[in-house]
Ligand binder design. Structure first.
Ligand code: COA
Length: 158
């Protein structure tokens, strides 16, 4: 698989503060779409993010010593569940989100996952355009799911 010419690396434990800053910045701007509780869960504290990094593969793009885009890949039951995709507002439409998604697909193939899947909130339209561009199929909706916020499910079977 050809990946765009963007420098993506695996996150390391030392990235925890940079990731916390990025998630705080991104999700504090989306409270109106996610609701208070879901946005707060996404703006996770340092210990929570440290646990994420210990358990799962996270990929990041760094610019000027800041993490400006990130994506987590949870390996579950032979599938890859993609989580916590964000791009810093100043770096959007530069191809970072797409490059991270493609890196996740490469990771899925490396570990022998049978599919990738993702949940998202209906208001996050840019994310949905991205998933559809990459061939993800909307495969369901969970009503009033996370603290009352609806969730849309996307999948791509490999
Ligand atoms: C969704 C998000 C990660 C996209 O990141 P990004 O780095 O800007 O995305 P890319 O530059 O790689 O865009 C790839 C494609 O996605 C689509 N896309 C991205 N942003 C878009 C927007 N604002 N409007 C319409 N389409 C968009 C386009 O198809 C784009 O391809 P193109 O530029 O060739 O038209 C970013 O907007 C973001 O962080 N949003 C807030 C957090 C979020 O919604 N995360 C998803 C959680 S489920």
């Amino acid at each position: 698989m050809n990946l765009p010419d963007i420098n993506i690396r695996r996150a390391v434990p030392d990235d925890v503060h940079k990731l916390a800053e990025l998630y705080d910045l991104v999700w504090s701007r989306e409270v109106h779409l996610l609701g208070e509780k879901l946005a707060a869960e996404r703006r996770a504290d340092i210990d929570t993010i440290r646990n994420w990094l210990e358990q799962d593969a996270y990929f990041v793009v760094e610019q000027k010593d800041c993490v400006v885009a990130a994506l987590g890949c949870e390996q579950r039951h032979g599938t890859l569940h993609l989580v916590h995709l964000v791009t810093h507002p100043d770096y959007r439409r530069s191809g970072y989100g797409e490059a991270l998604m493609r890196r996740a697909e490469q990771h899925a193939m490396e570990i022998g996952a049978v599919k990738l899947w993702f949940d998202t909130a209906p208001g996050l339209k840019a994310a949905q355009r991205l998933y559809e561009k990459l061939g993800y199929r909307m495969c369901g909706r969970l009503n009033r799911h996370y603290w009352g916020t609806d969730v849309i499910l996307y999948e791509k079977v490999l």
